[in-house]
Design a binder for this molecule. Structure first.
Ligand SMILES: Cc1cc2nc3c(=O)[nH]c(=O)nc-3n(C[C@H](O)[C@H](O)[C@H](O)COP(=O)(O)OP(=O)(O)OC[C@H]3O[C@@H](n4cnc5c(N)ncnc54)[C@H](O)[C@@H]3O)c2cc1C
Ligand code: HEM
Length: 411
């Protein structure tokens, strides 16, 4: 998929001056601004929180932080173009938007509610006409970069903007001993088969919950592309402490069986492997972060079983390790792969404790893919940095919205 973030025009000098002067103030209040923004947006458009936005992320505040961080990062880049271009951030957001069917027209709605929130939080005396005009320019530079990228993604997928939802039938369900359920779906319309995908991509799965909401969640694809089916593995999130059970994962586990109908979106996601080269791969995962790696390994086993691959996975125990048997089986089919496991209980053939990259020979020219929880990602990035691995070789998939302010300085 040949899509790229095009470099956007520079911010005009008079706007840049105002942005530089007001960035500290906006930065300090940006969390409050995004909170007010979502409150007004969902007040005016209740269908957006019911059917499009992830209300689990809203409850936890993670989407508010991700939005605030992305705008602050982009504005900082515009006034200091010596900083690295935030292309990875824009690509992550653009692919997520495309996987939810976001369209160009919706950017005006977001704009209007965002600027109402900015005035409400900072006050009309601070948000004078020139200040509003400068931030308006920042918003549209970022929005236009995203709109352009999303347009490219829709064109590459061969669909009209936003036309990414497909009705599918569940053709198989397999319950893994770890508690993860693997669902395989095919198109409900035999005349319109599901498209292929690139290993490492994900789909959004839409489910209609008992209160009438249509909630969407992303799931990495775990099958090899090409046979018209899509398989995804879902970890059930149980209620723990004061936190409720996960809405969509629980619903999928309890309610979905072969023959049932579901709605999924076309595959998107930019943290994919390059299938055209023979560069070594290092796949590092923990917990349910195993899923994109399984999809990648399925592809390698089916197409390039001699590609040099180092697979590293950490988990609490073999019992909690998602798709462990599948991983071991794939390991036997990959002729140039090594597999190292870390468990927190003594297990034959595995390391004891947390992942330790100093115990592993990492091929110098490898592309490294990492997926897991926030602490794990932090630890792995720190270790890769200490090992002198260049940042551009490291590709990180995160299952929660990314706080780019944290992401910018992970080590
Ligand atoms: C690119 C990508 C790929 C992914 N791939 C996979 C995959 O392959 N497999 C997989 O299992 N998952 C994957 N995920 C994660 C998945 O999309 C969902 O986030 C996950 O299944 C949880 O969804 P849920 O609806 O069950 O939980 P939600 O209802 O969204 O809840 C999420 C968390 O928020 C907490 N929460 C909700 N409401 C509140 C509240 N009021 N107060 C406090 N806490 C609250 C819940 O307790 C839970 O811990 C992926 C995510 C992304 C972005
Ligand atoms: C310039 C404008 C915008 C910016 C800066 C922006 C930024 C972001 C960011 C940072 C994320 C999180 C990505 C991640 O998973 O890490 C996100 C997700 C999302 N965005 Fe946008 N966005 C913009 C416009 C829009 C518009 C117009 C819509 C449509 C109404 C939209 C709907 C969504 C949805 C539904 C999600 C997923 C939310 C979730 O899963 O919690 N965004 N956006």
């Amino acid at each position: 998929m040949n899509t790229a973030v095009r470099s956007e025009p520079e911010l005009e000098a008079h706007h840049a001056e105002i942005i530089r002067a007001t960035l500290p103030l906006v930065g300090a209040q940006v969390d409050e601004i995004t909170k007010v923004f979502y409150r007004t947006l969902f007040g005016d458009h209740p269908e957006l929180i019911r059917d499009l936005f992830n209300r689990g992320n809203q409850a936890q505040g993670s989407q508010q932080r991700a939005l605030a961080a992305s705008i602050a990062t982009f504005a900082t880049y515009l006034v200091d173009p010596d900083l690295p271009h935030p292309a990875a951030m824009l690509a992550r957001i653009g692919h997520k938007h495309a996987s939810l069917g976001v369209t160009a027209e919706q950017y005006q709605v977001v704009h209007d509610n965002l600027f109402t929130a900015i005035v409400e939080v900072l006050g009309a005396d601070v948000v004078t006409e020139p200040v509003a005009a400068a931030w308006d320019r920042v918003y549209w530079l970022m929005a236009d970069a995203l709109i352009d990228l999303e347009k490219q993604l829709y064109v590459a997928a061969g669909v009209e903007p936003g036309d990414v939802f497909r009705d599918v039938t569940v053709v198989a369900r397999a319950d893994d001993p770890s508690g993860v359920a693997v669902f395989t779906v095919e198109s409900a319309d035999p005349c319109a088969p599901l498209p292929s995908f690139i290993p490492g991509q994900y789909i959004s799965v839409g489910v209609h919950l008992p209160d009438g909401a249509r909630q969407l969640r992303q799931y990495s694809l775990v099958n090899a592309p090409g046979d018209g089916t899509l398989s995804f593995a879902v970890k059930r999130i149980d209620a723990i402490g004061g936190c409720p059970a996960g809405e969509v994962s629980s619903w999928l586990h309890h309610d979905v069986r072969p023959g049932d109908a579901l709605q999924v979106t076309l595959p998107f996601g930019d943290l994919v492997i390059d299938t055209d080269v023979a560069t070594p791969l290092v796949l590092i995962s923990a917990g349910v972060g195993a899923t994109p790696m399984i999809g990648i390994l399925e592809h390698l086993a089916a197409n390039t079983p001699d590609r040099h691959t180092v697979v590293l996975h950490a988990d609490r125990s073999p019992q909690t390790h998602p798709l462990r048997e599948r991983l071991l089986e794939l390991g036997t089919r990959l002729r140039s792969a090594t597999l190292e496991l870390w468990y927190q209980e003594t297990t034959e053939g595995a390391h004891l404790g947390l992942i330790d990259l100093s115990q592993v020979d990492l091929p110098a020219d490898a592309d490294i893919h990492v997926c897991g929880g926030t602490e794990f990602l932090h630890s792995v990035r720190t270790q890769l940095h200490a090992a002198g691995v260049p940042e551009e070789r490291v590709h990180i998939e995160q299952f929660t919205p990314t706080d780019w302010r944290l992401d910018a300085c992970p080590v």
